[in-house]
Design a protein around this ligand. Structure first.
Ligand code: PLP
Length: 404
């Protein structure tokens, strides 16, 4: 039984009003709201455990360290990594990708080497590679898509050459909702001897992810998009890969021994975690993962699938509606435009009705160029959204349309 009312009660913000109307929060692709359990964990740890981790002999430091390392184990279990040494805590998906781009390019790429990305990447999986391209003369190759928003896998295969060093691919598009067939695409890359980084920012919150089943070499996600706190995220990497790669930042925690002549680095995963980690955030992230696990990722996926089907049908019935992204396998993200109403006008007027959607290019300008538009209105669903809220959205869009 998916008890939506009980779930909604865990999220106090959902019962607030904006402009005198009940909030309808449909901006979960940008960030999700937090259940009491997550917020409580932050307060509890600051009030009763807070102490810097890893270096202390005293009671509080040891307790904080135990919580922090238990959270790493919770993340390992959640994405089914083989070892907790493969879980590196970062600030989020963006930092995870920058970490890998920097460390991988520094140690394993030279001028003319190639990275394959797709046309539907978020800027955070484009710009880090461009920074490395400018530094090292690396070449980016781009997988195209069809008009439904599905990657052309035949074209993908043709992009491999003897200079391909890495594929860096989004699991679920934050604009189109397309769920890319990453397991098959990883297998293709491996057949060419090429490792793969998956940007899981929009997949981990909405479906069961098993990094061993996918055979992903690296996998990145953000805590705040899966009902956890801001400022904490994860880079998963196969141990044999992380062992080979050099550190990203230098500082405390990541060293074994420092002298002015020579420094040796700490073991995994600490080699990649310079400085004081957000140990309060990692505990809260683990609480968020426990929260969604208790509901069941399969149940969340089924609920959001039903919402998406319903919303697609309901929105398509609106005159002048154009939906961007109609992939066969689509998650709960709907980008649209109505007639020639500007996305910003639509978003602003929906806001006055209490409906929170996102407008603009969604940090995917190359994709906007491919679609031939400047931006869209985007509704993105979470585990607490309801069909009634979709009705409010649809009625809101109709009302705004009538005004134009
Ligand atoms: N990748 C995708 C597909 C995203 O949707 C986002 C955020 O919207 C990111 C990466 C970046 O995530 P963060 O800002 O949490 O680092």
């Amino acid at each position: 039984m998916y008890d939506i009312q009980k779930i909604r009660e865990d999220f106090p913000i959902l019962s607030r009003e904006v402009y005198g109307r009940p909030l309808v929060y449909l901006d979960n692709g940008a960030t999700t709201q937090k259940p009491r359990q997550v917020v409580q964990s932050i307060t509890d740890e600051y009030y009763s455990v807070n102490s810097n981790v890893h270096r202390g002999v005293h009671f509080l430091s040891q307790q904080a360290t135990e919580l922090h390392e238990a959270s790493r184990e919770t993340v390992r279990r959640f994405i089914h990594a083989r070892s907790s040494n493969e879980i590196v805590f970062t600030r989020g998906t963006t930092e995870s990708i920058n970490l890998l781009a920097s460390s991988f390019a520094d140690s394993r790429m030279k001028e003319g080497d190639e990275v394959i990305v797709s046309v539907m990447e978020h800027h955070s999986n484009i710009v880090p590679w461009q920074l490395q391209a400018a530094r090292k003369g690396i070449v980016l190759k781009v997988i195209p898509m069809n008009d439904r928003g599905e990657l052309l896998t035949d074209e993908y295969e043709k992009l491999f050459s003897d200079r391909t060093r890495l594929v860096s691919l989004v699991h679920v598009s934050n604009v189109l909702g397309t769920v890319n067939p990453v397991k098959e695409m990883i297998a293709v890359a491996h057949a060419h001897g090429v490792p793969v980084l998956i940007d899981g920012a929009q997949s981990v919150p909405h479906m069961k992810v098993d990094v061993q089943d996918l055979d992903a070499d690296f996998f990145a996600f953000s805590g705040h998009k899966i009902y956890g706190p801001t400022g904490v995220g994860v880079l998963y990497g196969k141990e044999e890969w992380l062992d080979k790669l050099p550190p990203y930042q230098g500082g405390g925690e990541m060293i074994q021994n420092v002298s002015f002549e020579k420094t040796t680095f700490n073991e995994l995963p600490f080699k990649f975690e310079a400085g004081t980690p957000d140990y309060i955030g990692t505990t809260a992230l683990a609480k968020a993962l426990d929260y969604v696990s208790a509901i069941g990722m399969e149940n969340i996926a089924a609920h959001e699938h039903e919402l998406t089907q319903y919303a697609m049908q309901r929105l398509k019935a609106i005159e002048g509606m154009r939906i961007f992204g109609e992939a066969g396998n689509k998650s709960g993200v709907i980008s649209f435009l109505v007639g020639n109403i500007h996305h910003l006008d639509m978003g602003t007027l929906l806001d006055r009705l209490g409906i929170a959607v996102r407008t603009g290019h969604h940090c995917a300008q190359p994709l906007m160029l491919r679609l031939g538009i400047e931006g869209t209105v985007r509704a993105s669903f979470g585990l607490y959204n309801t069909k009634e809220e979709i009705e409010v959205l649809a009625a809101g869009i109709e009302r705004v349309s009538r005004m134009f």
